[in-house]
Write a protein that binds this ligand. Structure first.
Ligand code: SRM
Ligand code: SF4
Length: 574
């Protein structure tokens, strides 16, 4: 046991009476658009963040006004699968209470932004009315469980989706606080203390993330998650999962004790054991994670501090049986497959490119309206991808021509006829809503892509997928440290540029240049793209090429992430 004091959040959780705090009172206080500080932490467990519009800050300050407070709501979508009705309701809520857009997140969830405090309760209530919820979408608990939105093997997809839903349900907090505060559920009056059987009173040391992948696609980026299951399919049937632990992206500029980490694959479990394994890994982190320093309390640090072998031994002890040996698997890439695909049942699936995951209407491209019209007639489902795109899934042969006509009418039919680079991008939200953003991401990455496309056209790389991701800060919400080109916000209009991540999301990238003004990104990358086009080996991915060509050294896993950086990477840029 550490003798360091517990972090402040541990006290907030302990005092909160199972996540109630004074949220209900704070919502009723009309003198401010904000909640008190402790409740701002607690409300995360209910799926919401207090934010303010950062574009408006200077003007509000000038006029001595309170910040333009509003709330972001994250709607859990286990496995990323939503019905047409749920799509329609989310779309309606985006207009009624939020800023008229839907953000498809990198964890297959919906986000609504800009909800004012007085509308928060009715928005959450209406989300629950259509059989979705927001509990545990944020906070020190297990988050939205992801799973591969596989259009090819529908029976395996059905199995892994069920597993994602089962894990999600099993790890949902048991507290009645959510129902009491948001859904006018009955108050727990009993003198017996409420129980939180898996988490206990102080929940987890930090957020916890789980995903399921079906090789050869790693489109859910298993190596960036605390716990992942890699489906092992034999003769077209799911037999079980390899278990991977200790992935994560978050780091802090200037603090080398923080770093992104790729998960270790430690064993195999049967499909019947998957929920039990998920629970026991969570318990290991609950019991051994660091509760003194929130910058060191993610599961990846528990894995690094104690070693993957120790974690496996402890997990086997908690399970009461041993995980089996890791089975062979191979990932080809971590991107999405766009356009129409037909599966073995005859149903079709259309994956739509949604730049930055932002569903909205713009002049000339009424995507949100088009998707609404599709949802009105679509009797399959909508699958959110972890690359922030959208699959209109399970389109029956009878409906396909109608949906094709709507895609055409609303300009979406050719969404995938972009450069392969653009189709391989992710951008986190960043400004103006994210309180932690140091630079733009979602609003700026499209511009960088356009700039680089000139060179791609010239050197014949238009159809070559290079994963490229931008985040407004090193927290890594767009998983930039496992892309082949990563931009990480360093300050206003300045980015750290990372190169050399694995094309399948299975290798960390390395710092190539620190603190680059955005105007210098194109001149920095154009010559490398040109050389790649000329000198690449047959089938060689960009991330592998930049290491072979000596632009960056291959990454060292774990705490040594910040070592072995070439001196020119740190030289002052213009
Ligand atoms: Fe994230 C915090 C947005 C996926 C690592 N993330 C935030 C907050 C809530 C900012 C805050 O704490 O005030 C951002 C809200 C922005 C906004 O205005 O909406 C935010 N994260 C997002 C989303 C919406 C990015 C997106 O554009 O899609 C993603 C929502 C996922 C979801 O549906 O649950 C999102 N965040 C991720 C991922 C990717 C993933 O999980 O696969 C990561 C990296 C993986 C990981 O967890 O290590 C990630 N977010 C973080 C961190 C760093 C955690 C750490 O280990 O240090 C923070 C900051 C924190 O927790 O202190 C953070
Ligand atoms: Fe905000 Fe940073 Fe996450 Fe982007 S990476 S959404 S800027 S916390």
């Amino acid at each position: 046991m550490s003798d360091k004091p517990l972090s402040a959040n541990e006290g907030i959780k302990t005092r909160s009476n199972y996540l109630r705090g004074t949220i209900a009172e704070g919502l009723a206080d009309l003198s401010t658009g904000a909640l008190c500080e402790d409740d701002q932490q607690l409300i995360k467990f209910h799926g919401s963040y207090q934010q303010d519009d950062r574009d408006l800050r200077p003007d509000r300050r000038k006029h001595r006004l309170e910040k333009a407070y509003s709330f972001m709501l994250r709607i859990r979508v286990p496995g990323g699968v939503a019905t047409s009705e749920q799509w329609l309701q989310t779309d309606r809520l985006a207009d009624t209470y939020a800023n008229g857009t839907i953000k498809l997140t990198t964890r297959q969830a919906f986000q609504l932004h800009g909800i004012i405090k007085t509308n928060l309760k009715r928005t959450i209530k209406e989300i629950n009315d259509c059989a979705m919820d927001t509990i545990a979408a944020c906070g020190d608990v297990n988050r939205n469980v992801m799973c591969n939105p596989n259009p090819y093997l529908s029976s395996v997809h059905a199995d892994v989706l069920q597993a994602a839903k089962d894990i999600s349900a099993h790890l949902t907090p048991a507290t009645r606080a959510y129902h009491e505060i948001w859904l006018d559920g009955e108050k727990v009056e009993s003198t017996e203390e409420e129980q939180e059987p898996i988490y206990g009173k102080t929940y987890l040391p930090r957020k916890f993330k789980i995903t399921i992948a079906v090789p050869p696609s790693n489109d859910v980026d298993i190596f960036a998650n605390c716990l992942s299951f890699i489906a092992i399919v034999e003769n077209g049937k799911l037999v079980g999962y390899n278990v991977a632990v200790g992935g994560g992206m978050g780091s802090t500029h200037g603090n080398e004790a923080t770093y992104p980490r790729i998960a270790d694959v430690i064993g195999f479990c049967t499909k019947e054991q998957v929920v039990d394994v998920a629970e026991k890994v969570v318990l290991v982190q609950r019991d051994f994670g660091d509760r003194t320093d929130r910058k060191h309390s993610r599961f990846k640090y528990t894995v690094d501090d104690r070693g993957a072998d120790w974690i496996l031994a402890k997990l086997n002890e908690y399970l009461g049986y041993d995980l089996g040996p890791v089975r062979p698997y191979k990932f080809d890439d971590n991107g999405d497959r766009f356009g129409w695909v037909e599966d073995e049942t005859g149903d079709s699936h259309y994956t739509l490119f949604v730049e930055g995951g932002r569903v909205l209407d713009t002049e000339g491209y009424p995507m949100r309206t088009g998707l609404r019209e599709i949802a009105k007639i679509h009797d399959g489902d909508f699958r959110l991808t972890a690359n922030q795109n959208l699959m209109i899934a399970k389109v029956s042969p009878a409906k396909r021509s109608q949906i094709e006509a709507l895609l055409e009418k609303y300009g979406m039919a050719k969404s995938h006829e972009q450069s392969a680079l653009r189709l391989s991008t992710i951008a986190c939200v960043a400004l103006p809503t994210c309180a932690l953003a140091l630079a733009e991401a979602e609003r700026f990455l499209p511009t960088i892509v356009t700039q680089l496309e000139e060179k791609l056209e010239e050197v014949g790389l238009r159809h070559d997928s290079i994963t490229m991701r931008m985040t407004g800060c090193p927290n890594g919400c767009g998983r930039p440290f496992i892309s082949e080109i990563g931009f990480v916000g360093f300050g206003p209009d300045r980015y750290n540029v990372y190169l050399g991540g694995g094309h399948a999301g299975d290798r960390l990238s390395k710092l190539f240049r620190k603190d680059v003004p955005s105007k210098d990104i194109k001149p920095l990358l154009d010559p490398i793209l040109e050389r790649y086009a000329k000198e690449r080996l047959e089938g060689e991915h960009f991330g592998d090429f930049v290491i072979r060509a000596g632009y960056v050294a291959a990454t060292i896993q774990g705490p040594d992430f910040h070592k072995n950086i070439k001196p020119e990477a740190l030289a002052l840029q213009s």
